[in-house]
Design a protein around this ligand. Structure first.
Ligand SMILES: [Fe+2]
Ligand SMILES: [Fe+2]
Length: 254
């Protein structure tokens, strides 16, 4: 468990890391394009949200718990997502394709985001979508021989692993402030959301997943594994102590 200050420092430092060599020429084949371009454009659009609704919910929540640094951490988290959108967009431009400005999946999630002012709902939604993103970018990397696209995917995957940890920790805090019955209701809600999201993602992007050698059974299995890890984590006994807070900051700076 890390403090908001830790995460703020983590995102600040991570944003300075330039892991993509833009000097590499993109060499995606026409065949690869037919398999992945639709999904690549859709995820690119999804990564470009301005995050205003998430920030609104974050600000309300952070003031309630008196942890204003959490707002700064979330602002940087959004910036990192926008970096993914910008890198994928730059790639789409480089291969001479046009970016998408509308996608049914993006519209659906934007509508949900618009009405959502609850930090708990935001956090579990982000965790599920980030878990699917991990499988998507792994598949995308597998589905192409283009070195540039592979390195963009690798960069995103490094960031996403931290995003899930960041959000899991927040969900742990929120979940453990609940009463027993309220926890049960939350778990039912998380599971319905999980079930609906994984099917939406699979049916929207199965062509790209299959191109990356991930079939439906493996996708569902791996998503369940990730989801159960989140459930395990929020039920674990972990607290912020001055000792592990100090260790976290030391780990970050070494
Ligand atoms: Fe992302
Ligand atoms: Fe992410």
């Amino acid at each position: 468990m890390h403090t908001s200050l830790f995460w703020k420092n983590h995102f600040e430092n991570n944003l300075k890391n330039q892991r993509i060599d833009w000097g590499i020429n993109p060499n995606i084949t026409e065949h690869e394009k037919t398999q992945i371009l639709y999904s690549l454009k859709a995820w690119q659009l999804g990564e470009t949200s301005d995050g205003s609704h998430l920030l609104k919910a974050t600000s309300k929540y952070a003031h309630e718990i008196n942890d204003l640094e959490y707002i700064e951490a979330v602002k940087l988290f959004i910036k990192e997502e926008q970096k993914h959108g910008s890198n994928l967009g730059k790639y789409i431009d480089l291969i001479g394709e046009s970016r998408k400005s509308k996608d049914w999946g993006d519209t659906l999630f934007r509508k949900i985001r618009y009405f959502n002012t609850n930090m708990e709902l935001w956090t579990i939604t982000v965790i599920i979508v980030e878990s699917a993103a991990q499988l998507f970018y792994k598949s995308l990397e597998q589905a192409t021989n283009c070195e540039l696209l592979k390195s963009i995917c690798k960069d995103i995957l490094i960031d996403e692993a931290h995003h899930i940890k960041f959000q899991n920790e927040r969900l742990h805090i929120i979940f453990n402030q609940k009463t027993f019955y309220s926890k049960i209701l939350s778990l039912i809600g998380y599971s319905i959301l999980f079930f609906l999201t994984i099917h939406t993602v699979w049916f929207g992007h199965k062509k790209a997943f299959i191109a990356g050698k991930l079939n439906k059974t493996s996708f569902m299995k791996q998503m369940c594994y990730k989801y159960f890890n989140t459930l395990k984590y929020i039920h674990s006994h972990t607290t912020i102590t001055p000792k592990n807070m100090k260790r976290s900051i030391l780990n970050l700076t070494t």
